[in-house]
Design a protein around this ligand. Structure first.
Ligand code: HEC
Length: 119
């Protein structure tokens, strides 16, 4: 009797552990896929090759603030309004964490990143 209960518990625990691992996996995967669409303009892992701001190692709060500004139209932009509007708040937060974790290989880019906060 006790043994059966134990096996049952172990199974349930094992299953929910596997499910949470899977959830984490797919979030990371979605974020990497989203970030790949940014690479076309912002360079590999957010290291701009010129003409666009660097995203690699940007401060997370700054990143979120900029993206929300593009999303609600309060920050002037050429192309970013369109890109930000396609993202949910959660996706913006996930992308902020992703880019903050990328090593910076290229300098910050003026004029967008001339203010304090971008580091
Ligand atoms: C078509 C090219 C293009 C794509 C694709 C693109 N961006 Fe941008 N991004 C720009 C340009 C150009 C700017 C400067 C603002 C503007 O003119 O829109 C910018 C600005 C930004 C900024 C502000 C940086 C700062 O310091 O002001 C962030 C953050 C950003 N982009 C994130 C992203 C993310 C995240 C994605 C992918 C979901 C993405 N961008 C996709 C071209 C692009």
């Amino acid at each position: 009797m006790m043994n059966r209960l134990h096996i049952g518990m172990a199974l349930v625990c094992g299953l929910s552990w596997a499910a949470s691992l899977h959830a984490q996996d797919s979030t990371a995967q979605v974020t990497t896929t989203l970030a790949a669409s940014c690479a076309a303009c912002h360079g590999p892992q957010g290291n701009s090759l010129g003409g666009t701001p660097t995203l690699a190692a940007l401060n997370k709060d700054y990143f979120i603030q900029r993206m929300q500004g593009f999303k609600n139209g309060s920050i002037p932009a050429t192309v970013m309004h369109q890109h930000a509007r396609g993202l949910t708040d959660d996706e913006i937060i996930a992308l902020a964490a992703y880019f903050a974790a990328q090593p910076r290989q290229t300098p910050l880019t003026a004029p967008h990143q001339a203010f304090q906060g971008a580091q």
